[in-house]
Design a protein around this ligand. Structure first.
Ligand SMILES: *Cc1c(COP(=O)(O)O)cnc(C)c1O
Length: 227
């Protein structure tokens, strides 16, 4: 399927007018598709698989901002640490510590989002509210000691359902948590990014205050498998 440039122009213009970042999710799609959107002006691209990201990064322009949006295994962090722009799905302290270590080894700071489990499906990864509070509580030094990660906000995926009220409620819940920590003055993190909304629900996410959407199939066409 060809890249849908018309959809890209419309969506990116609408998002730009609201200061929302568009991450074009290119998993399973060829380098040529990414190049096409790059030539149309897109710079933020998202990938789910480490090896695929490493291969694509090597073959595409260096000013692309690569977002890792999949489930990152600790032992793979080292493969992307030198170039990744933002890691969206951090769902354990163990992973955060490994990212910190690899970032230190590369002498830089890696921006991360904590994934929050907002959907009802069992399979979606992420922290729950209590675990998040445990990690981010004011008197905890855990996070501020990780000098090579910058905790920049939260990420979540709504339930895969036609029930739009449910999706909206899940986004509202995530934004409530985001605001809570954005407003909390604390050492170690400064929340600026709320990553929520995909092809099927990004309009609801915009209404519910997202700052970044991750859109794949609307731009690149359907993938040959379902996540
Ligand atoms: C695949 C994926 C997307 C994009 O999904 P579309 O429905 O194709 O827009 C967004 N976020 C994550 C985490 C994904 O895995």
């Amino acid at each position: 399927m060809p890249v849908n440039k018309e959809a890209y122009q419309q969506i990116s213009a609408a998002l730009r007018s609201e200061n929302i970042v568009l991450v074009a999710v290119a998993k399973t799609k060829p380098v040529s598709d990414i190049q096409e959107l790059y030539d149309a002006g897109q710079r933020d691209f998202g990938e789910n698989y480490v090896q695929e990201l490493v291969d694509k990064e090597a073959r595409l322009p260096k000013d692309i901002r690569w977002h890792f949006i999949g489930h990152l295994q600790s032992n793979k962090v080292k493969n992307i640490a030198s170039f990744v722009h933002l890691v969206h799905g951090v769902d354990s302290l163990k992973l955060l510590k490994e990212i910190n270590k690899q970032a230190a080894g590369n002498n830089h700071v890696i921006k991360c989002l904590l994934q929050v489990h907002i959907a009802q499906e069992e399979t979606k990864f992420g922290f729950n509210e209590e675990e998040l509070e445990e990690l981010l509580k004011v008197d905890s030094n855990t996070v501020s000691e990780l000098e090579n990660v910058e905790l920049a906000g939260l990420m979540g995926m709504a339930s895969f359902t036609d029930d739009l009220t449910k999706v909206r409620n899940e986004f509202q819940y995530l934004n409530k948590l985001f605001r809570k920590y954005s407003q909390r003055p604390a050492a170690g993190y400064k929340f600026t990014t709320l990553s929520m909304g995909m092809s099927g629900d990004y309009k609801i996410a915009i209404e519910e205050g997202t700052t970044l959407v991750r859109i794949g199939s609307l731009l690149f066409g359907e993938r040959n498998y379902k996540e």
